[in-house]
Design a protein. Sequence first.
Length: 171
Amino acid sequence: MVIALLGYMGSGKSHIARLLSQKLNFEFIDLDKQITLKNKRSVTEIFQMSGEIFFRKQERELLEEYLASKNDVVLSLGGGTPAYYNNMEVINQNSFSFFLRGSVNTLSQRLLKQKTTRPLIAKINDEDLPEFIAKHLFERNAFYSKAQFTVDIDGKTPEQIAEEIIRHLPF
Ligand code: S3P
């Protein structure tokens, strides 16, 4: 079984995925991390040196590879993964998909502290960040909302979010 976590940057996908994998005794795979290992470069370096289109192709290739996994896996996707190619279809056909939904306020507060490792927002002024996120999220919501389940994250602990995901699973 593959459980795929998706949502905007800063929604806690990797953190929750790790916690969930420990609770379920599943393998934990972070898609961004796998892309950086394969390319021996950080996400920022890949964007700078090879461009976003190259990154999206790598992301798609590895996504297919991990969705085909025969093992029990919790897969943490990148914030943009659902928005490219027909990735959302492939995700829904091959996993239980969960959208971790956060408000613009929550995401802005978290991302103000974590901008530098994220090439899409690294150069945006702090005061412009909430507006950028609001617009970007509006575009991305069309893809995120195709997930089989949506879990609201505002005001909840990682533990509560992981337990909520487990309650949706068919066992
Ligand atoms: C991206 C999100 C990032 C990473 C890349 C692009 C996006 O992942 O894949 O910087 O398009 O939203 P996180 O959501 O894990 O930060």
